[in-house]
Design a protein around this ligand. Structure first.
Ligand code: NAD
Length: 290
C-alpha cells in the first residue's frame, strides 16, 4: 500500500506509518497513493483527486473537511475521514488567550515597550469577570472555551443552530448572543449558512464595543465589515487565528485598530500534534485491517 503524507505532522509519523506500507512525502507521487494524509496546507480538490486513480482513503488530521472536495471524492468511491476529537483543547486555549489579549492590550503593550514607549496611562484595561461571553456553535471547542470562561467568572451564553440544550452554556437565540455578549467567540464549521455571517448587518445588532474572537474559519466574517466596525468603535476588538486567505495579504484587518492576529496555530500545540499523529496511525491501522 502506498501512503502519501502530504503535510507535516510529527517527525516520527512517516516511520510509524511504514508499518502499513510505503510512505512518500512527495506530492509528485499522488498517482500511486492509496491513502492521502493532509492537514490544512494541501487542498484535496477535484484536480488532485483526478491525478490519483488509485486513491481509496483521504485522512485529514484536523477538525473540518472543508479543504477536501468530499462530494467529488464520494463519486469516485474514496472515503474521507478527519480527526475531530484531537484538537479541542489546543484551539480552546488559543481562543481564550486571544480573548484575554484584547482587554489587556498584550500585543500593543509588548510592541510599544520594545519601541521604548511607556504607555502606562494610555493602556486602560478591563476585566473578564462578570462579562458575558456569547459562543456561536456549542461543539467540542466551544465547550472547552465555556469551561475556561466560567472559571474566570464570566456568564456564558451560546447559540447553536443544531443544538438546543447544553450543560456548558445557557442556550439562547443568535439575536440574544449579538445583543448581550461583551465577547463573541466563533466555533462553527464553514458552511453555506455560516459563510459571511459576521457582516455589517449582524455587527450592527451587537452591543457597542463588543469584541469578537475567531478561531473557526476566516470566511465566517466579512473582513471589510469587521475592519470598518473596528474603525467606528462599534466593535471594540477582533482577535483571529484564521483568515479568508492565508496568509491574509492585503486584508483591511492588518491595519485596523484593536486587532490581534495569530497565523492559524490553533491546532499546533506540541501535545495536539502528538494526538493527531496517534489518531492518524489509528485510522490507517483500521483501514489496513479491512
Ligand atoms: P464541532 O463539530 O464539535 O462543533 C461545531 C458546532 O457548530 C456544532 O455544534 C454545530 O451544530 C454548530 N453549527 C453548525 N452550523 C451552525 C450554524 N449555522 N450556526 C450555529 N452553530 C452551527 O466542531 P469543533 O471541533 O468545535 O470545531 C469548530 C470549528 O473550529 C471547526 O469546524 C473548524 O473550522 C475550526 N477549527 C479551527 C482550528 C484552528 O487551528 N484555528 C482547529 C480546529 C478546528
Amino acid at each position: 500500500m502506498r501512503i502519501l503524507l502530504a503535510d507535516a505532522f510529527t517527525p516520527d509519523l512517516p516511520k510509524r506509518l511504514e508499518a502499513f506500507g510505503d510512505v512518500s512525502q512527495d506530492l509528485g507521487t499522488v498517482a500511486e497513493a492509496e491513502i492521502v494524509i493532509v492537514r490544512s496546507k494541501t487542498k484535496v480538490d477535484k484536480a488532485m483527486i483526478d491525478k490519483a486513480p488509485k486513491l481509496k482513503y483521504i485522512i485529514r488530521g484536523g477538525v473540518g473537511v472543508d479543504t477536501i472536495d468530499v462530494d467529488y471524492a464520494k463519486t469516485k468511491g474514496i472515503a474521507v475521514d478527519n480527526t475531530p476529537e484531537a484538537s479541542s483543547v489546543a484551539v480552546a486555549e488559543l481562543a481564550f488567550a486571544l480573548m484575554m489579549a484584547l482587554p489587556n492590550h498584550i500585543a500593543r503593550a509588548d510592541a510599544s515597550m520594545k519601541e521604548g514607549k511607556w504607555l502606562k496611562k494610555e493602556l486602560e484595561r478591563t476585566e473578564l469577570l462578570g462579562k458575558t461571553l456569547g459562543l456561536v456553535g456549542i461543539g467540542r471547542i466551544a465547550r472547552e472555551v465555556a469551561a475556561r470562561a466560567k472559571a474566570f467568572g464570566m456568564r456564558v451564553i451560546a447559540y447553536d443552530k443544531y443544538v438546543d440544550s447544553s450543560d456548558a452554556a445557557e442556550m439562547v437565540s443568535l439575536d440574544t448572543v449579538y445583543a448581550q455578549a461583551d465577547y463573541i467567540s466563533l466555533h462553527t464549521p464553514l458552511t453555506d449558512e455560516t459563510r459571511g455571517m459576521i457582516n455589517k448587518t449582524t455587527i450592527g445588532t451587537m452591543k457597542k464595543g463588543a469584541r469578537v474572537v475567531n478561531t473557526c474559519r476566516g470566511q465566517v466574517i466579512v473582513d471589510a465589515d469587521v475592519a470598518a466596525a473596528l474603525a467606528s468603535g462599534q466593535l471594540g476588538g477582533y482577535a483571529a487565528d484564521v483568515y479568508d486567505k492565508e496568509p491574509p495579504e492585503g486584508s483591511p484587518l492588518l491595519s485596523a485598530p484593536n486587532v490581534v492576529l495569530t497565523p492559524h496555530i490553533g491546532a499546533s500545540s506540541e501535545e495536539n500534534l502528538l494526538r493527531l499523529a496517534d489518531s492518524i496511525v489509528d485510522r490507517v491501522q483500521k483501514y489496513a485491517k479491512k
